[in-house]
Design a protein around this ligand. Structure first.
Ligand SMILES: Cc1cc2nc3c(=O)[nH]c(=O)nc-3n(C[C@H](O)[C@H](O)[C@H](O)COP(=O)(O)OP(=O)(O)OC[C@H]3O[C@@H](n4cnc5c(N)ncnc54)[C@H](O)[C@@H]3O)c2cc1C
Length: 493
């Protein structure tokens, strides 16, 4: 989405832009795939930044398609339902409303609740002034920024658990308040507190779903681009080499052996992979080291078509459901990622066919249920490589266990109503979206990687730019924001 956003804006400036995409559809993780009458968005379920003045809203206006892409808001009284050990909490829009709701429900924990929301609001206010954030953080800039962004600077190296510890947050509420942790795929002990606030406050201003579904959202943006004079998108075209001459990019080459030359090049690929394609000898030590990050983790995803029941009768609707078997999210991640034990996983459950009345993503009389949880890439990829049968057995074991849990806690006899079932493992993510480690959000969203200086970059090669979830921010809004920022910088260069 970052590349598509930048391409659109540069094309509107009158530049000729060629967009090369390896997959047979645009959108990356936000692409939609079709199977037997169902249209599943590969990974994205709900987005933020769509309200007036938000990143997505502003971008769609700028490319002239805002009216074509209406959004529906997920239930403002509870767009995410977090279920910790059977205790269901609805997350509403409005941090104050959420705070009051929690205090009414857990009066014994009033103090840590108030202190948590104070910390979140302080950081959120400074993040809102994003446009004023300095573009570099040298000591001089830091000194003046200390006055304007004290909370961002104070929490730069903090995890969510550091903040919890400071305010003596009880275990149950640690899980409830990190209920959307699957959106950054890290437990409280590891996630950057600033990133946690960016996500929580982003959705707090409205959790949106495109009224005509994600396939239409991406297609409309892609068509706006290909309509521009001199702009073209080539699908099924994999960039495999980047050629240099005189310390600049001279051409790129595709897997099919075609060569393309341009004045300037933008890579929406993973930055580390981009540099590997160029070759270490051509990269400054600082740039090379900046891409030695740990990746965010991968996911196990299930896409299901359901008939003969209404999921609304089972706790689903215009919201997502987050299932946590107990309050120790850190232990769940250790079990799932390090011990490869998915017998009692956390689950994210979403029902896109209940988010909007617009038909078109499933046959009449059907509904869609999508499920997702954290899963180790290395383990699944190696298994697939070594023994395809064992890999399929493992996938089936995980899938069956997840269905058992959903039947036990949410939809009795779900399996009798499934008319469609597709499973994606971390290896699937890597294959279709070319994320090097099946990684969901680029670099892991730890304090080490979520620095205040994180943004799309012009590389030392001069005519090569990087913009994506890592060189920028993850999420659809984050990636579009990265593309917009980059186009602005290129405009002014
Ligand atoms: C399980 C999961 C759930 C998510 N849920 C949400 C959500 O609900 N809401 C939300 O906002 N975000 C969500 N995200 C995150 C969001 O989808 C991503 O952060 C965002 O789409 C990243 O955009 P991007 O531009 O960085 O790149 P990507 O989406 O990774 O796109 C990169 C593109 O580059 C192409 N490419 C790569 N290599 C080459 C090559 N060599 N040649 C040509 N093309 C190449 C790929 O095919 C791909 O199309 C989710 C992600 C995952 C994995």
């Amino acid at each position: 989405m970052a590349g598509l956003a930048a391409a659109n804006l540069l094309g509107r400036d009158g530049r000729r832009v060629l967009l090369l995409e390896a997959h047979d559809v645009p959108g990356g993780y936000a692409h939609t795939f079709e199977m037997r009458g169902f249209r599943f968005c590969a990974q994205v379920h709900y987005i933020f930044g769509c309200g007036e003045g938000g990143t997505v809203d502003t971008f769609l206006r700028e490319i002239g398609v805002r009216e074509e892409v209406p959004f529906v808001r997920l239930d403002p009284e509870g767009f995410d339902h977090v279920v910790v050990a059977g205790d269901r909490v609805r997350i509403p829009n409005g941090l104050l409303t959420f705070q009051s709701r929690l205090i009414r429900r857990y009066p014994q924990w009033r103090t840590p609740i108030i202190r948590y929301f104070e910390a979140v609001e302080a950081v959120a206010r400074e993040l809102d002034d994003d446009r004023e954030l300095p573009s570099s953080w040298n000591p001089l800039v830091l000194a003046s920024a200390a006055l304007r962004f004290p909370n961002l600077l104070r929490h730069q190296r903090h995890t969510l658990a550091d903040v919890y510890d400071k305010i003596a947050m009880p275990p149950h509420l640690r899980a409830v308040l990190a209920g959307q942790s699957g959106d950054y795929l890290l437990p409280p002990e590891e996630v950057s507190f600033i990133l946690h606030v960016a996500l929580v406050s982003g959705y707090d201003r409205g959790a949106y779903y495109p009224r005509k579904h994600f396939g239409h959202f991406v297609a409309t943006i892609a068509e706006a681009f290909t309509r521009l004079p001199g702009c073209e998108m080539k699908l099924g075209t994999t960039v495999s080499r980047i050629h240099l001459a005189d310390g600049r990019v001279a051409a790129i080459e595709t897997a099919a052996g075609e060569r393309y030359t341009a004045e300037r090049y933008v890579s929406n690929m993973d930055p580390a992979r981009t540099w590997e394609m160029i070759g270490r000898q051509h990269v400054s030590r600082a740039e090379w080291n900046s891409t030695r990050y740990e990746y965010s983790c991968a996911t196990f995803t299930m896409y299901m078509g359901v008939q003969g029941i209404d999921l609304r009768d089972h706790g689903f609707g215009s919201h997502n459901v987050w299932h946590y078997p107990h309050s120790d999210i850190g232990r769940m991640y250790k079990d799932q990622l390090h011990r490869h034990d998915l017998s009692d996983p956390w689950l994210f459950m979403s029902t896109p066919s209940l988010h909007t009345d617009e038909p078109g993503i499933c046959p009449p009389g059907h509904q869609i249920l999508e499920l997702c949880t954290a899963c180790d890439y290395q383990y699944m990829a190696e298994l697939r490589e070594r023994d395809r049968r064992a890999y399929n057995v493992e996938k089936k074991k995980i899938r069956d266990r997840i269905l058992e849990i959903v039947e036990r806690d949410y939809v009795p006899k779900l399996r009798e109503h499934l008319t469609m079932r597709v499973t994606g493992s971390p290896a699937t993510n890597a294959r279709y979206c070319r994320a090097p480690k099946g990684n969901s959000y680029g670099a892991a969203l730890t304090p080490a990687n979520v620095t205040l200086a994180r943004k799309p970059v012009q590389t030392s090669l001069g005519n090569l730019y990087l913009a994506n979830a890592t060189a920028g921010m993850p999420s659809v809004s984050g990636a579009i924001g990265a593309g917009v920022k980059l186009a602005r910088e290129m405009r002014n260069a």
